[in-house]
Design a protein around this ligand. Sequence first.
Ligand code: PMP
Length: 420
Amino acid sequence: MERMTTLSPILKQATPVVVDHARGSWIHGTDGQDYLDFTTGIGVTSTGHCHPRVVEAAREQVGKIIHAQYTTVMHQPLLQLTEMLGEVLPAGLDSVFYANSGSEAVEAAIRLARMATGRPNIVVFQGGFHGRTVAAASLTTAGTRFSAGFSPLMSGVHMAPFPYAYRYGWDQATAVEFALRELDYLFQTRTSPADTAAFLIEPVLGDGGYLPTPPAFLEGLRERADRHGIQLIFDEVQAGVGRTGRFWGHEHSAATPDIIITAKGIASGFPISAIAAPSATMAKAWPGSQGGTYGGNAVSAAAAVATLEVIQEEGLVENSRVRGDQLQAGLKEIQARFPAIGNVRGLGLMQGIEFTASDGTPDPTTAAAVQQATTGQGLLTLTCGPAGNVVRLIPALVVTEEEIALGLERFEAALAVVTG
Ligand code: PMP
C-alpha cells in the first residue's frame, strides 16, 4: 500500500495559495498568480517580504554564528537590539527579556507580574487574544475555539468586559464607563485588588476583532493599577512596532504600561519576542525562572536590528499612519455602497471591517465569503472576531499609495462578487 503523509487538518487554511517567492507587499504563488498581501503573515512582515536590508543582516549573521544560547555565551546582535529597544521603549522599562514567540512572552509577563507582586490573579478583557500555549490560551477570550476541548486551563484568570461600543450600540464614553464600572464590581465580587497581580490588555484587539481599545479605558486601567499596586501589561504583539501609526499601539492614549510585550513585527518574520519592565520589577524574578534554548536567537536578533533601522530610516511609522488613513477613508466609502458592512474601524495599517445582518447581528457567513473572494481578486485577507464576522486588513508598513488604492479596488470587487 502506498503511504502518503499530509499536513494535519489542525492547520486551518485561509487561502489555497502556495508561495513561490515574495517581495514587499506581494506574494507570488506557484500558480503563477501575483497576490497583494494584506495579511503579512498575521502582522509579522512589517518591512514587507524579504526587505533587502533584513535579508542581508540575516545572511551576514548566519555566517558568523547561528545559535549561541544566550545563557551560555552572549552574542552581539542581542546586545545591539537591547540598546536599540532602549530608544523606543516607554520610559522606565529599561530591562528586557527575550523569548521566541508572542505566547512565550505573554507567559513570561504573567510569571513576572506574579513574582513581582506576590499575587495570584490576572484580569483579562473580553475578546483579548494572547496566544495558544495552554497558559496563553487561558488568558485568551477571543473565541471559545481557542480553548474548547482541552480544559482545564490555568487558574487565576478573570475576565472583565471590553468597551465594545459598536456591539453594545452605545457611544464610546458610555461603553468605557460601563466597562470600568464592571471592573470595579469584579474587584468586589471575584478577585480583590489585593489578590490581583495584573491587568493584561491589547491596545487594539487583534484576533478578537480589530477593535481599538478606547484611550479613556487604558487610562482608567492605569489609574486603578496605580491605586491598587497592580501591574498593567500591554500586549503589543500585534499592535506594536508601527502597526497602528505610532510605534506602540498604546501611544494613542496617555496610559503607559508596567510591562510591555512585543513579538511579530519586531523582526520582519524571524521568530523573536521580548518583554520589557523596570529593572526593579525584573529583579523580583529569580535568575533562571525564565528562559529557553532558542530565546533571543542570533539571526532573529540581527533581523530585528535591521528591522528597527529600516523602520526608522524609511519613516515607516509615519507611512503606517498616512496609508492607514487612506485605507480607512476608502473602506468607509465602500461601506456606504455595501449595507452588509456594519462597521469600519482601526488604527493605522490595522483595519477591521465588521459584517452585520440587517438586524445588526454578526454575519460571519458574508465575512468568510468575502475573505475567500478576495483571494480570487488577487488580494490576501483574513477574518477575525469572536463570531468570525470581521475581515481584517494588515498591509506591510512599506505599502504604497498605489498598493492601498489597488487593495481597495480588489476588496470592492470581491464584495460585489459575494453580495451580487
Ligand atoms: N498576543 C497577541 C496580541 C497576538 O496577536 C498573538 C498572535 N496572534 C499572540 C499574543 C501570540 O503570539 P504567537 O502566535 O507568536 O505565540
